[in-house]
Design a protein around this ligand. Sequence first.
Ligand code: GLN
Length: 312
Amino acid sequence: MTHPVTLALETVLRRTAGETSGATADYIPELAAADPEGFGLAAVGVGGRVFSAGDTERAFTIQSISKPFVYALALSELGLDRVHEHVGFEPSGEAFNALSFDPAGRPSNPMINAGAIVTTALVPGVDAGERFERIRSALGAFAGRDLGVDEAVLASERATGHRNRGLAELTKASGALVGEVDAATDAYFRQCSVRVTVIDVAVMAATLAGGGVNPVTQVRVVDPLVARHTLALMASCGMYDHSGEWGSRVGLPAKSGVSGGIVAASPGRFGLGVFSPRLDAIGNSVRGVAALQLLSEEHGLHLLDPSPGFSG
Ligand code: GLN
């Protein structure tokens, strides 16, 4: 008999499958080549149970879903105060690749590109290669397996990443960026090109939801306080300029990426991952937003809602 959580995921996929608006990201040419029909959803409980439906095997690049996890790594290494000497806490109200800086010259938050590049640069390492290896290993610890890089997407990011290099130059000029622009952007391009599945993403979220312990491997990846700080910024800034409406309609800390993935977490209960490559104008997966919204509505997942939902 199908488990009720699997049934819930399958039902959501079926009910939102007809939402075919939006388009794959094309400013990174390799992402435009993704099969737009891919659609998968996974839920992982903080007790380690894994549930999934749809395209659960399909790998996609993590893109901006990497940002909260690299932020968590930087917090683990440096602590909240030192990290936030370089990057702000506030929603930008602008696009993910906007020139959003606070009066002190810090990018508004670590979930937009400018803030993520600054955060990546805070991860210790003698060069981009060593820094990226630490990031790859941390992302793998969150996911519970070794994660590789999609070389074609990486080449595409590098070839077209002029705006990200420009953002890095501006953060260098303001003093927010530590080290060299090229070392920061190269590690950032590589982190965006790490390959994951929806199950990986759900395990990563469940690790944050469980206070920093990976529920599948039982390895402590970050401290509970780091997990909480990370979830807090996902809640306020994770869906870019849709974060406010997302907070009203879905009510879970989340982060989207331009390959079409979204990670979301319910603290103390479970992590979710969804993937569907067509994006809206803000850069969030159209079907991913629709699927998580329906799941939240149907099962009472909103964190500010007093009714209990499911837990794995
Ligand atoms: N690699 C992408 C970029 O830097 C990540 C952005 C995103 O996923 N929103 O533009």
